[in-house]
Structures are given as C-alpha cells and as structure tokens.
Ligand binder design. Structure first.
Ligand SMILES: *Cc1c(COP(=O)(O)O)cnc(C)c1O
Length: 432
C-alpha cells in the first residue's frame, strides 16, 4: 500500500517510509491510497469475536500488504493486552472506556502499536538504532514512553518542561529507565517543542543519529485507533442494538475521530459522528461556516483538547473532499469549562458514573444531541484520576488513584536537567 501526502506535492511513500518519517516532505500528512471495505460477513459475526480478533481484521486491511500475517498478528495482540469495555451510563448512552491501558489514556493504543511496528521494520531491515524525540506537556510523553519501553532498537527521549507537568504525569515517564530518557528542560512546553523541531532540521545531528517523532500525525499511531470503534459496535450488536448508532469523540488534534471516520468508510455500521470540542472550537466553527480558521489555543480544564489548529483536519478534508460531505457525517458542539464542570457533577450525582473532563464533553454532547431512536457511545479518553485535583474540586469527594498509577509513583525519578538552548541539547545528543 502506498501513502500519499495531503498536500499532494511529495512522492508517494511506502508504509515503512511513512512511519519512519512521520510527516511528508511537503509537510502534508500521509493518507493510505486505498481504504479497503470489510465484507458484510465480518460485520455479521463481529459480535462473537474478541477485541484482538476484530482488531486483527482491521489491521490486516490497513497493513496486511506490508507486514506478514504472523508478525502483524503478534503486533496487534501485543498492543491490545487490555480491555476496552462499553459501560452503560443512562438511557441510550454508553461510555467506551479507553483508559484501561498502562498509562490510563487512549493514546496507549496508538503508541504501543507504533512502537512495535517500528521495531518490526528496524529488525527486518537490520537498521541502526532509531531515536524517538517527543516533546510533552504531560499525556503524550507518558503514553509514548510506556508504549516504547523495552522495544529493541529504539531509544526515546522525552522532553518536558521542568515544574510544569503534574507529579503523576512526571513519574509516568521519569521512573522507567531502560531505553527511555527523560530530559527536564528549564523552560515551557513550547521550548521543548522548539528543541525537537530544531533537532529534526539539524544536518550534523541527523548524520550522527536516526531521529523520528511519535506524535498523532504518524499513520502508525492514528490508524490503530480504529480498532476500538469496531469493538464498540460489536459490543452494541451483542446487546441487540444494530441500528442508528452515533459515536461522539472528545477531540483536540482530531486523530482519534479520524480513525473512526476511516472505520465508517470501511463499512462499519455507524450512522453519524459528533466531534465534541471545549472552547477551542475551530472545527465547530468550520461546520457552521465552511471556513477553517485556526486560532491560538485557550487553556481549559479538558487540556488535552486545547488545540487551536487541529493537525488531522487535513485528513478529514482529504477523506470527504468537501464541507457538504463532512457535514453529512459529522456534527459538532462546543462547551465552556463551567458546562464541563456542571456535566461531570450531574452525571456523577444522578448516574453514579464518574467522567473525566474530556469524557464529560462527549457525554454532554450525546445527552443534548441524541434522537430518541438513536444509541450513543462517547469515548471516555482518560481515567478521571489523571485529573485528580480538577475532578475532586468538582465532585467534592476524593478520587481513588488506581493501582497502576500508584505503582509509577513508587518508582525513583531519573531525569537529566538541561537548559532550553539548542546548542546544549545538541551536544548532549551528539555524545549519545
Ligand atoms: C489526546 C487526548 C484527546 C484528544 O484526542 P485527539 O486525537 O487529539 O483529537 C482527548 N482526550 C484526552 C484525555 C487526550 O489525551
């Protein structure tokens, strides 16, 4: 399978090139040239298949031309060593809990899959070690670090702003050791991101070591997210619900929802999607006006969705081709912090279901926009304990930290402190 760039100016790439490069040379995003339809027989029997079996069928449609069946199966089964349960909240609304992975966030799926696929290509080609650079304000760093932990042939450098990430998040990538190095930068998140960008452009550094990124623009990180959409539908089928299924996705960079839209294109029986935004409502405005106007992001309590120029918008547009076609499949909504707080509190009080601030945006959209004949699933993208202080402040009760998170907090912090200037960072990397 070849991958084209959404900017249409770069040469087509192989899967391996797309995964290793991340972004096309014309700075567009890679898109698979063909999106394969899955047969009706698969959808008919989906309810009797396991999450791993469903995921493998989907993975085979994406990657089966480029990865041998046995290896691909191993990558899928290895990635999905945890469950993604569908939980009834109230009336016709269900929560797809994506937070049962190692760092309690949905990004675990993509990060784990990408690490194993990259590891496969490195082994197959006998390549020299690949170095992943990732700048983080919290969540991405922990998912990537844990996803890549112990994978042969890959070293990960996580750059994070000193004193600017929560203690829980910090221990998720500073206590791992092995092939994960945490670099504590004396600056803000933008400084970390600038260091990573400069490193990718530096000739001397690229001659010294092979560098790559692991953010959500990478096809190996975003496509595997389609797996759990199919599994959600399978779980509804098992309950006898087969028609008028609506999926609502709390969205930031739009990687997650784009994977779901790919699923629909492959024949997944979902009638429509809702993209739920916080106050960063660029996509919502686009749906209303047909104009895409990026803005500087504003800070909210659902901060993983604080994105002012969603990078995967280019993919949504490439997939549908027009504003009209996009509006036929996707509707939008936007909520303020006060509305998020109110929703989280009310849902907990009335239905005993504890949302995190991101999931609350998705739940609210369904409770306002679902028609009586429809069944809605929102993606609960993170465990509420990851936003302990915010959630406790809203419900006025302590939130229990799951065992998995507590384990991280017992580990010993190991990090290397660096100033924010590029020359120091570069000479550090040149010594590795
Ligand atoms: C990353 C993230 C999102 C946004 O996902 P996108 O793929 O960027 O749209 C939503 N919620 C949580 C908790 C996240 O970590």
């Amino acid at each position: 399978m070849k991958y084209y760039s959404t900017n249409q100016k770069a040469d087509k790439a192989t899967l391996q090139e797309a995964v290793v490069k991340g972004l096309a040379s014309d700075r567009g995003l890679f898109m698979p040239e063909v999106i394969k339809q899955l047969p009706a027989s698969f959808f008919d029997k989906m309810k009797d298949l396991s999450f791993q079996e469903i995921a493998y069928t989907v993975a085979d449609a994406f990657f089966g031309d480029d990865v041998d069946a046995e290896s691909l199966k191993k990558i899928v089964y290895d990635t999905l060593s945890f469950d993604v349960p569908l939980v009834h909240v109230n009336d016709n609304i269900y929560s797809l809990e994506l937070f049962h992975g190692p760092t309690l966030a949905f990004k675990d799926v993509g990060a784990r899959f990408m690490s194993r696929l990259l590891g496969y290509f490195i082994k197959k080609e006998g390549q020299k070690e690949v170095n992943v650079l990732v700048a983080t304000s919290g969540d991405t760093g922990s998912a990537v670090a844990n996803g890549f932990l112990g994978v042969n042939g890959i070293h990960v450098y996580v750059l994070y702003p000193k004193g600017k990430v929560s203690p829980i998040q910090e221990c998720q990538f500073t206590t791992l050791g092995e092939n994960i190095t945490a670099l504590e930068i004396d600056g803000v998140f933008d400084d970390c991101q600038a260091l990573v960008k400069s490193a990718f452009m530096d000739k001397e550094l690229n001659a010294h070591m092979k560098l790559t990124s692991a953010n959500s623009i990478n096809v190996a990180r975003f496509l595997p997210q389609a797996f759990y959409y199919f599994y959600a539908v399978a779980q509804l089928h098992k309950l006898g619900i087969k028609k008028d299924i609506v999926i609502c996705v709390p969205s930031g960079n739009f990687g997650n929802i784009t994977a779901g839209l790919f699923g629909k294109r492959m024949g997944m029986p979902v009638s429509r999607f809702i993209a739920a935004n916080n106050r960063n409502d660029i996509f919502y405005q686009y749906l209303q006006t047909g104009e895409y106007k990026p803005k500087a992001s504003v800070q909210t309590i659902a901060n993983a969705m604080d994105v002012g120029d969603p990078s995967n918008f280019a993919r949504v547009l490439a997939l549908y081709g027009s504003h009209k076609a996009i509006c036929e499949d996707i509707s939008g909504c936007t909520y303020t912090d006060d509305q998020i707080r109110e929703t989280l509190k009310k849902c907990y009080k009335e239905h005993k279901y504890l949302l995190d601030p991101h999931g609350a945006v998705g739940y609210r959209a369904l409770s306002e926009m679902l028609k009586p004949n429809e069944t809605g699933v929102f993606l609960e993208t993170a465990h509420p304990a990851k936003f302990k202080d915010t959630v406790e402040g809203i419900i006025g009760e302590p939130v229990v930290i799951p065992q998995k998170l507590q384990e991280f907090m017992k580990g010993k912090k190991q990090s290397i402190e660096l100033p924010k200037d590029f020359e120091t960072f570069k000479s550090y990397l040149l010594k590795q």
